[in-house]
Write a protein that binds this ligand. Structure first.
Ligand code: ZN
Length: 174
């Protein structure tokens, strides 16, 4: 297994729309394992392929505190949305920022699991929020898109500045 590099906002690659996965094969399985390793190490509760610069429609998630309830959703499609929930969201691609976002409280999703079988399942609570957030990534959308333009620009500037400092620190340390 290998840890993958997570793209960070405002990287334009986060805006690419992912294409459907055509074949659930061993190579995809390896990528899924690497994404779980990357997500758990971050640490995070969800990771979409887009975030590791793979523009195909699949995501991994695990919102359990024991980190033993992994979900793999390949080619996910939201069939139904129910209720409204506002919760604080963060994102591994927007490190250090947490903002309130409104989502459906419950979603019914059709997807393929890692064996390539077609599954329909309902999700609620944190897992429902997480899955909606990750499916947005596959469409090139980020949680900061739900915020005001001014707030999004502020986060963008701050992250670019932080990254520049990080690069300068690294140069200084050599
Ligand atoms: Zn995210």
């Amino acid at each position: 297994m290998a840890k993958l590099k997570i793209l960070e906002f405002p990287d334009p690659r986060l805006r690419k729309k992912a294409v459907p996965v055509e074949k659930v094969d061993a190579a995809l399985g390896t990528l899924i394992d690497d994404m779980f390793e990357t997500m758990y190490a971050a640490p995070g509760i969800g990771l979409a392929a887009t975030q590791v610069d793979v523009h195909r429609r699949f995501l991994v998630a695990d919102v359990s505190s024991e980190k033993n309830e992994p979900w793999v959703l390949i080619n996910p499609v939201i069939l139904e949305r129910d209720g409204v929930e506002v919760s604080e969201e963060g994102c591994l691609s927007v490190p250090g920022y947490y903002e309130s976002v409104e989502r459906a409280e419950q979603v019914r999703v059709r997807f393929q699991n890692r064996d390539g079988e077609e599954v329909e399942a309902s999700f609620d609570g944190l897992l429902a929020v997480c899955i909606q957030h990750e499916i947005d990534h596959l469409d090139g959308k980020l949680f900061v898109d739900y915020l005001s333009e001014a707030k999004r620009q502020r986060i963008r500037k701050r992250l670019l500045k932080d990254r520049k400092h990080r690069v300068e620190d690294r140069v200084a340390a050599v």
